[in-house]
Design a binder for this molecule. Structure first.
Ligand code: CO
Length: 131
């Protein structure tokens, strides 16, 4: 398991990209709309660390609800695994609470599965299958 990226919930994607580009000389490496998640996102590289900036589309998706209750900030930590199905099964077998019963298609076309924040001291964890 390797660290992959930090997910950050933001209200406005273009504002966030501009901020991180200005402060950390972040380079945009990927942009994507995920209509099934009601999310627009951008991956920015800050000196080798990837940040996934996530902005809501509309007011009804899970990210919009997250912003409504938590405001902007840390949304998740993502770890890359070779086999997300297996990693999810092992996490559940080890007593962790999964958000997803089975992997689903996330950003960058990768299979992903999320573990509930209560399983990781308050932080939502994304397991993402390696490219
Ligand atoms: Co992510």
């Amino acid at each position: 398991m390797r660290f992959d990226h930090v997910g950050i919930a933001v209200r406005n994607l273009d504002d966030a990209v501009r901020t991180y580009a200005t402060i950390f000389a972040a380079q945009v490496v990927h942009r994507e709309d995920l209509p099934q998640e009601s999310v627009r996102l951008a991956f920015v590289d800050t000196g080798g660390v990837l940040l996934e900036l996530l902005a809501p589309v509309g007011e009804t998706g899970a990210l919009a609800r997250f912003l409504g209750s938590h405001g902007e900030g840390l949304h998740h930590l993502a770890f890359a695994v070779d086999d997300v199905t297996n990693a999810l099964r092992e996490a559940v077998a080890a007593g962790q609470r999964a958000v997803d019963d089975a992997p689903r298609r996330g950003s960058r076309g990768r299979l992903v599965a999320f573990l509930h924040p209560e399983s990781a001291h308050g932080v939502l964890i994304e397991l993402v299958q390696s490219a």
